[in-house]
Design a protein around this ligand. Sequence first.
Ligand code: SF4
Length: 326
Amino acid sequence: MSKFSHIYIEEGATAYPVTQHVLSRFPRSIRVAIRHYKDVFNRPHQNFRRQKASPKLILAVKQEPFLYPGPEVCEDFGHPNFYYTSPVLNCIYDCDYCYLQGLYPSANIVIFVNIEDFFKAVDRKLESGPLYLCPSYDTDLLALEGIVPYASRWIEFAATRQDLVIELRTKSANYSAIAHLKPAEQVILAWSLSPGEVARRYERLAPPLKTRLTAIKAALQDGWQVRLCFEPLLKVYSWQHVYNEFLDEVFSILPAEKIFDANIGVFRMSKEHFKRISRMRNDTDVFAFPMVCCEGEVVTYEDEKELRDFFYQGLKRYLPEGKIYG
Ligand code: SF4
């Protein structure tokens, strides 16, 4: 937990209770006052990879807008009013394929400390009807729970709002941090899963598959709605064998009948992010299989349908079609 050598604190963020909470977790970190988080986060000529080896923390106050329409490439699970929000920018994990490397100029982690303003924005949105919201897209909130308890805050908030459904997406095994909370029907805990060897190779710093499965099993036992996110499906040597074994392993541990739903997504990324990331990442073979740029300027495998259909057929052995998206 002592990994942040420096914490940058925006002028306006100092008085917030979240700021004081985070600072109390890192008494030895060097504190640096800044005018605006973008002065640090958006500086030109930053080296994302170098920063990732030793990220700094930035505490800031988010200004409008708080909610953004769900991106086209993301599954809306049948919800017509799909939005995402980013109370934290960047992630403590370091997946080779992570799109955040192409999205942000910096690997430093920004925590927006005015969480109550996010909740107010959600309440305003709810006035016009039901809302499906993803607050853990540009980060992994459960993984950060020991630093800032935003997964619990979002769960507690959603549990009191009738027309709200939130999805908390994670690769963390940190379920124990929220296990004391009562499962709420407005909350879906969504675990991203990859075969063990894919996780070992391409999901640096994220917990191994087995540990994630143990966390999911505990959440299911406690009665949470659990979504399994099989994305990104990645091409690896002998992928048919790898993904078949993977599904067998997942459902040898998890009771399929208790899974709320699942989604499938073959690796895909906007052309712009792909160009930026593949230029930066010559230390990984994650992009080694032939890719094409298809409609909407999205890059994916030239035969992505084959991988998707293969996995879909495999997953159908365990889950009914109506529970599989993507
Ligand atoms: S867990 Fe998700 S957000 Fe975090 S590094 Fe991996 S892909 Fe990126």
